[in-house]
Design a protein around this ligand. Structure first.
Ligand code: CA
Length: 225
C-alpha cells in the first residue's frame, strides 16, 4: 500500500509521513503541486493525499490533471479550515474525500482505511490493452486475437501493473511492494519467477509484446504498436 502525500507545510508533511509509516504504509512526500502531479502520473500509488494550497500548481489543478489523464487513484483533499468552496470544487473535480485542517490523525487513518476498502471492491476497468495483447483482470485471462491463456492472480496483477506503468521501468522492490505489500518478506527471485511465467505465456500467444529486463533497474513492457 503506497501513498503519495503532497503537502507544502513541512512540519505537517513530516508528521504525517511518520504516522503513516508507523501504520505500515509506504509514503512518498513531495512539497509542491508540480512534483505532486509528476509523481501521481507514475501511477504507482494506491492513494493520494493532496493539499489544496500548494506552490507552483494548486491541488485542484493537480487533481483535475490526474483525472484528465484517466487515473482513478483515490484522492483525499486537505482543505484549510472554512474553505467550503474549495471543498465543493474539489469533489466536483474528482476527489473521493476531503479533510479540513486541522484534523486528528486518527480521522485521517480512518478515511484511508475506508478509501482503500472501497477501492478493493470496485473493478473499474477489467480489460487492459497493450499492443496486441488484452488482459482481463476479472477472469484472469491474457489473450491475443482468439488465442488465450489463463493467469494466476499474481501474474495478472503483475502484468496489469506493467501495463499501467507503460514506458516506465519497474524495479523489483516496487513490484514486491505493489503485489505483496510493504511488510512482505518476498525475495527478489520471486519476481523473476513470475516474470518468467509471464514471458512463457506471451511466447505461447505469439505476441509482439515482451517484458524487457533493464539491467540493474527492473522491467519494462515493450511492443506497443
Ligand atoms: Ca498548503
Amino acid at each position: 500500500m503506497r501513498i503519495l502525500l503532497v503537502e507544502d507545510e513541512l512540519h505537517l508533511a513530516e508528521a504525517l509521513v511518520q504516522i503513516l509509516k508507523k501504520n505500515h504504509y509506504s509514503v512518498d512526500a513531495v512539497h509542491d503541486g508540480e512534483s505532486g502531479l509528476d509523481n501521481a502520473l507514475s501511477n504507482i500509488y494506491d492513494l493520494i493525499i493532496l493539499d489544496i494550497m500548494l506552490p507552483k500548481v494548486d491541488g485542484i489543478s493537480v487533481l483535475q490533471n490526474i483525472r484528465k489523464e484517466g487515473l482513478t487513484t483515490p484522492v483525499i483533499l486537505l482543505t484549510a479550515k472554512g474553505e467550503v468552496s474549495d471543498k465543493v470544487t474539489g469533489l466536483d473535480s474528482g476527489a473521493d474525500d476531503y479533510l479540513a485542517k486541522p484534523f486528528a490523525t486518527e480521522e485521517l487513518l480512518a478515511r484511508i482505511r475506508a478509501m482503500t476498502r472501497r477501492k478493493g471492491e470496485i473493478i473499474v476497468d477489467s480489460a487492459l490493452k497493450y499492443g496486441d495483447i488484452e488482459l482481463n483482470t476479472s477472469i484472469l485471462k491474457l489473450s491475443k486475437d482468439n488465442k488465450e491463456v489463463k493467469l494466476t492472480l499474481k501474474e495478472s496483477e503483475l502484468f496489469a501493473f506493467l501495463v499501467l506503468r507503460k514506458g516506465l521501468v519497474s524495479s523489483k522492490e516496487l513490484i514486491i511492494e505493489k503485489l505483496w505489500g510493504f511488510d512482505a518478506e518476498v525475495e527478489h527471485n520471486h519476481v523473476e519467477v513470475y516474470i518468467s511465467f509471464l514471458r512463457k505465456k506471451l511466447t505461447f500467444l505469439e505476441s509482439a509484446v515482451s517484458i524487457q529486463t533493464v539491467r540493474g533497474i527492473g522491467y519494462v513492457l515493450e511492443g506497443e504498436r
